[in-house]
Design a protein around this ligand. Structure first.
Ligand SMILES: [Zn+2]
Length: 305
């Protein structure tokens, strides 16, 4: 049972949007790409996990953001079953990597990357302390999963917490066969109740409203190349993906709120932001159906219900 589904993080959504609407620096584009790739890897792991015969028996929480002692930590996947809590850090690294004599991780081009084992150790320690403070006693099993089949680590340490792509099949036999019980469910509910919604991210590029290209982004390829083809349908000229205009407008309003949390959502603002929608009436209708209108006439604006 999936108790918490995975969605693209706000940070990824923000970068996706800015990457299409303005010129990001090479560094920012690389960072955006790494977020995208990380998300892709997590989705691949989800698909792998859900295809296992016992997956129905487990309680699964994805993307859980927790805090202990003023330190936040994120866990990609939590699996509860049979008196145990498994947690997974998923890495979608691709290419050749090596570890030096001091235990530091590098790409073959000598670019140092964060040591995933240290990250795992940190999360494990914080999670254990958090569980203890909540009076929860459960066996914790941490793993870092390398999901990409094109990943290779030279001089790989022998560490049972690391699962390489070629070991995934055998690793699946280690996962619990006994179903989750009442205790698993209670632990999952407790963790859900203290999950933090807002992730603190700091690496946001500078941008202004005027600087950004307007228009609705394609839901599939995220390009700005949508056109109206009638009957309330938008089509992407780049990937041919079609979408109902109402859904596309709502998505764009959410993006507008994410990018400009201090700007008011008005019919005029969204009309200008969506660009491709030629009727203010359509915008007003979607806004009034989906959001709550505050005030009257020209000064009215919409807030989330
Ligand atoms: Zn497209």
């Amino acid at each position: 049972m999936i108790m918490k589904t995975r969605k693209p993080s706000e940070e990824l959504k923000l970068y996706r949007s800015l990457n299409m609407r303005m010129d990001l620096s090479d560094e920012e584009v690389k960072y955006c790409w790494s977020l995208e790739k990380g998300f892709e890897g997590e989705q691949q792991f989800d698909a792998w996990l859900m295809n296992l015969p016992d997956s129905e028996n487990w309680v699964i929480l994805n993307d859980v953001l927790l805090e202990y002692n003023n330190t936040t930590f994120q866990i990609d996947t939590l699996l509860l079953a049979d008196e145990s809590l498994y947690f997974f850090e998923v890495k979608n690294y691709e290419g050749d990597f090596f570890i030096d004599e001091k235990g530091r991780w590098y790409t073959l081009t000598k670019k140092e990357i964060k040591n995933p084992l240290l990250q795992l150790e940190r999360s494990k320690s914080l999670l254990r302390q958090l569980l203890q403070s909540l009076g929860i006693h459960v066996h914790v099993e941490p793993y870092v999963i390398f999901i990409n089949h094109n990943f290779h680590l030279y001089l790989a340490p022998i560490n049972p917490s690391i699962i390489f792509p070629t070991q995934l099949k055998r690793f699946s036999k280690k996962l619990p066969v006994k179903p989750s019980n009442k205790k698993s469910l209670q632990i999952a509910q407790k963790l859900m109740s203290i999950h933090l919604e807002k992730s603190p991210y700091t690496r946001v590029p500078d941008y202004t409203y005027d600087q950004l290209k307007k228009g609705i982004l394609c839901n599939s390829c995220h390009s700005c190349d949508l056109q109206f083809i009638g009957h309330h349908i938008l089509e992407c000229t780049r990937c041919s993906c079609r979408e109902d205009a109402r859904a596309a407008i709502i998505r764009s309003v959410e993006e507008f709120i994410l990018l400009f949390p201090n700007k008011k959502v008005t019919t005029n603002a969204i009309f200008e932001w969506c660009e491709v929608i030629t009727s203010k009436k359509v915008i007003r209708k979607v806004l009034s159906e989906r959001y709550t209108c505050i005030g009257y006439g020209k000064s009215s604006y919409y807030v989330e219900s």
